[in-house]
Ligand binder design. Structure first.
Ligand code: PGA
Ligand code: ZN
Length: 414
């Protein structure tokens, strides 16, 4: 398959920051558009997001011309061939020549155009190249409260999410609906307490009046109960601590601003264990800083049989870091973000390595999002166990849940 044309432009993400949107037209006229999200609490080993001095995309857009020239009359029969071409043209580990964002916009656009060309839904195209036909919907980790960099440092913990029990709710539709019920309850509780109902980057509540990290757990447990559900049975709680954001490398201390505590890794581990014993928590993301492999392994060895221990900043969707996580027993689950690694093919390789080692994948959005719904199709196409797409109401998050609802409907009528 030859590429007839590539066009690109700058658009704004949900935080009003410039990002790139690229459209690819194949020789048979099929088209696809890829837009790229952006993280705020990024991992150190993510590929480069190429930006101008002022944050603009003119360099990235200029590099699309380089890609266009490199393509000339080439034939690409598979996603892997196209992505390998992009990787080789860039030639760097961090995709710093062309930019990870530039490359990913092309990789997604090509995938979507190929799906159209092959008359497949995007999740079917992804399934086909991934060797999967047993499509299943992911269990959503629905964001209800947020803090840290995403939410005015209301809490040190960055994300508090509801995990519906799929044995209870059965379908994605029912689980998502129940999650939104609890989300609304949280607003009522915050109003009763006289707390603000400010919304953070990812569409969940981040009241600045909150006193501690634990108070957010209390509010969530109360909201689950108030709606008539049972905490620990109908819903558990997933958290993303994003602890690299408050780890002081020089001091080797975790600095919890909200609680006014400076903790050694041992003390920080102890405090976490207290939360995990007290609250109905099932999944813990980034409990230790991104280079603190020893403490990750300690935690996973201690509680990994009962909790999902998810590596995000630690692993950055990078197969060699995931392998290190496996070798050191640091994790039992991997967060998957397309723009951490920069191509569809490499993302699928990260998912393959994870599932081949009997670990779960959590397909994730970024804090700066677009209306692109590729990650919904990625979750279904790879039958990944979990997804986290943020709060249920903000449009750039809702469209991703909506895409899953639509896919579930399609799969159910078959
Ligand atoms: P980010 O946050 O997109 O700002 O990196 C999401 C996450 O940490 O999971
Ligand atoms: Zn994270």
């Amino acid at each position: 398959m030859k590429i007839k044309n590539i066009t690109t432009k700058q658009i704004q993400d949900s935080n009003g920051k410039p990002t790139i949107s690229t459209e690819i037209t194949l020789e048979d006229g099929s088209t696809g558009i890829g837009t790229v999200p952006s993280g705020a609490s990024t991992g150190k080993t993510e590929v480069l997001e190429l930006k101008d001095e002022d944050g603009g995309m003119s360099k990235a857009i200029g590099n699309i011309e380089v890609i266009k020239n490199g393509i000339s009359d080439k034939d690409f029969n598979t996603q892997e061939e196209f992505d390998t071409f992009l990787i080789q043209l860039d030639g760097t580990e961090q995709k710093s020549t062309l930019g990870g964002n530039t490359i990913l916009s092309c990789s997604i656009a090509f995938a979507k155009a190929m799906a159209v060309s092959q008359k497949l839904e995007l999740y079917e195209y992804i399934g086909k190249i991934h060797g999967n036909t047993q499509y299943t919907l992911p269990t959503p980790q629905i964001l209800v409260m947020e803090g840290a960099k995403h939410g005015n440092w209301a809490t040190d913990i960055q994300e508090y999410m509801l995990v519906p029990n799929m044995d209870v709710f059965k379908t994605f539709d029912k689980a998502f609906n129940a999650g939104t019920n609890v989300f609304r309850k949280i607003k009522e509780i915050l109003e009763e307490k006289g707390y603000s109902t400010d919304i953070g980057f990812e569409g969940a509540y981040c009241p600045k009046e909150i006193q501690s990290n634990a108070e957010a757990f209390d509010i969530i447990v109360q909201s689950i109960t108030d709606f008539g559900y049972t905490p620990g049975e109908d819903f558990t709680i997933a958290i993303d601590i994003a602890s690299s954001e408050f780890f002081d490398e020089q001091k080797n201390m975790y600095i919890l601003k909200r609680e006014g505590k400076e903790l050694t890794p041992e003390q920080w581990l102890e405090l976490q264990i207290q939360w995990y014993e007290k609250y109905p928590i099932s999944s813990i993301e980034d409990p230790f800083a991104q280079e603190d492999w020893t403490n990750w392994s300690r935690l996973n060895t201690e509680i990994g049989d009962r909790y999902q221990i998810v590596g995000d900043d630690l692993l950055t969707t990078n197969v060699s870091r995931i392998q290190q996580g496996i070798d050191t027993k640091a994790i039992n689950s991997v967060l998957i973000k397309l723009n951490q690694i920069g191509t569809v093919t490499e993302t699928l390789n990260a998912i393959k390595l994870t599932t081949a080692n009997n670990m779960t994948c959590v397909i994730s959005h970024r804090s700066g999002e677009t209306l692109d719904t590729t990650i919904s199709d990625l979750a279904v196409g790879t039958s990944s166990k979990y997804c986290k797409f943020g709060g249920p109401t903000k449009e750039e998050r809702y469209v991703k849940y909506k895409r899953l609802l639509d896919i579930e409907n399609k799969l159910l009528v078959r």
